[in-house]
Design a protein around this ligand. Structure first.
Ligand SMILES: [Zn+2]
Length: 487
């Protein structure tokens, strides 16, 4: 997200700008879990950089063939204020575990403060022994929901579970869920599987400051939404045409084989769709009293998608949807969808950049928030004059480690100054120190090699192994730890 600055403190909550975007066709369709998969699950062969230690894959890495398979069925109530749903998850861990942990983002302090809430109403599964909430610093009924299995799952062994849930939508504002006249939206509006491959369950606490704290793997995701027929749905994934109206409702479906989260907006949108030269289908939606037309917004989004693809590699997704919400504030990134709150090119660019850094190259948004936010800010500020830090030396002089975790910041302002401001400036300075061409190539390699994973600072350091001047800048900014640099 991208909280807009230079606003009164009281308005800060309304100013989150998101980041994200990508489009790439996966090489092969995958089968359902447990029946074998057909897609390429391993990284393409690597070739060492000339004369160096960093390696760059010839092709973008493919997603884990054993990634979760998630099916979401949502129903928006006639009064547009409640979403009921069922989530089916086929989960195949890469480490031994005897539980499944889900993050309940709507119960986090910021979202719950605006009246949002999620409850899990029922669970099913042959291997499920019992289920319950964990607090995790969120509002009642809790920030995590845990399914205890009746035995251990071995790596590569699958289990299937179903959860019924209810989401109450709050009063709107700049949040990931809300309902106001003519539009309802719910992003992370379901129990979010909190598995970090190679690490385990992410039970990180929620924090009071404005920012994401979730960690989630990419999943082969199908979404269906039943909504009153007068509404148009814009969401994560490649959307089919809606069903014919039946009893005053239409059902919308979408599929995204590499979604680590899902955003849905249902409103009285006027829409425009265009396809970029790179083959990305962009659909925007604006409400009747918006100050911009959907075509103009789609043109802007297409320019950002094309420009950023030239810098970071092909857009990670086939599609991008951009619903424009009524409240001002910024934007919030989701896989192949952006919740835009107010029209801003810088915010749009930041959110589109998140499609590579967060959507494709994931991170622990609690442990390493700079890996997506500093990179998205860097992406926005290094394009020409727009958004370029006016005083990079001042940004770099801000005290605090760019690489700090979310619970190490005392307030939102400090977090924004250190992770966005100092972090973005540090990446720009690293580029200058290493040489633009070499740095840009290394960053593209980082994206290619770590696509569809949850990357760590070590992965970025490895990609920059041949650029010691860049590493030095990032160590001095507290983004990287000197002890962890590549040999
Ligand atoms: Zn952001």
């Amino acid at each position: 997200m991208t909280p807009r600055r230079a606003l009164p403190a009281a308005a800060a909550l309304l100013l989150l700008a998101g980041c994200t975007s990508f489009a790439e066709t996966l090489a092969a369709e995958r089968g359902t879990a447990g029946q074998g998969t057909a897609d390429q699950g391993t990284a393409a062969p690597s070739s060492p950089a000339p004369g160096g230690r960093a390696s760059c894959p010839a092709e973008r890495a493919g997603p884990d063939p054993d990634r979760p398979v998630v099916d979401l069925e949502f129903r928006l109530s006639d009064d547009l204020r409640t979403v009921t749903g069922t989530e089916t998850v086929v989960f195949t861990p890469d480490l031994v575990t005897d539980e499944l942990v889900f993050r309940l983002v709507p119960n986090g302090p910021g979202a719950a403060g605006l009246g949002n809430r999620i409850t899990v109403d029922d669970t099913r599964g042959d291997d499920v022994d019992r289920a319950g909430y964990e607090d995790a610093g969120a509002e009642a009924p809790g920030g995590l929901f845990v399914l205890q299995l009746d035995g251990e799952l071995e790596p590569g062994e699958s289990t299937e579970v179903e959860l019924d849930f209810t989401v109450s939508l709050g009063e709107g504002g700049f949040e990931r869920l809300g309902a106001v006249e003519g539009v309802s939206w719910w992003a992370s509006g379901f129990p979010l599987l909190a598995w970090e491959p190679g690490v385990g369950w992410a039970r990180d606490p929620f924090v009071e400051i404005l920012g994401e704290t979730a960690t989630s793997p990419v999943a082969d995701t199908t979404v269906s939404v039943s909504a009153p027929e007068e509404l148009t749905v814009l969401m994560t994934g490649d959307q089919d045409e809606p069903s014919a109206a039946d009893d005053g409702r239409r059902t919308w479906t979408a599929r995204e084989p590499v979604a680590r989260d899902v955003s849905v907006a249902a409103g009285r949108f006027r829409t425009a769709t265009l396809t970029t030269d790179g083959g990305v289908e962009i659909t925007t939606g604006v409400l009747p009293d918006a100050g911009v037309g959907p075509g103009e917004l789609a043109d802007q989004a297409a320019e950002e998608v094309t420009a950023l693809a030239e810098r970071f590699g092909a857009f990670p997704y086939d599609t991008l949807t951009v619903p424009l919400l009524p409240d001002a504030g910024g934007g919030i990134e989701y896989p192949s969808s952006i919740l835009l709150a107010g029209v801003s090119r810088v915010v749009l660019e930041h959110e589109v950049a998140h499609m590579w850094f967060y959507g494709m190259v994931g991170d622990s948004q609690f442990r390493d928030p700079w890996l997506d936010e500093a990179l998205a800010t860097y992406a926005e500020s290094s394009v020409g004059e727009r958004g370029s830090p006016a005083q990079p030396d001042r940004a770099l002089a801000v005290p605090g480690d760019v690489g700090a975790a979310m619970d190490e910041f005392e307030d939102t302002g400090t977090y924004l100054d250190v992770v966005y401001g100092k972090g973005g400036a540090a990446l720009l300075a690293a580029r200058e120190a290493a040489g633009a061409e070499a740095f840009d190539a290394a960053l593209r390699c980082y994206a290619q090699a770590n696509a569809w994973t949850i990357a760590t600072p070590d992965d970025l350091a490895a990609a920059l192994a041949d650029l010691p001047a860049a590493l030095d800048v990032l160590v001095r900014a507290g983004a990287l730890d000197a002890d962890d640099l590549p040999e």
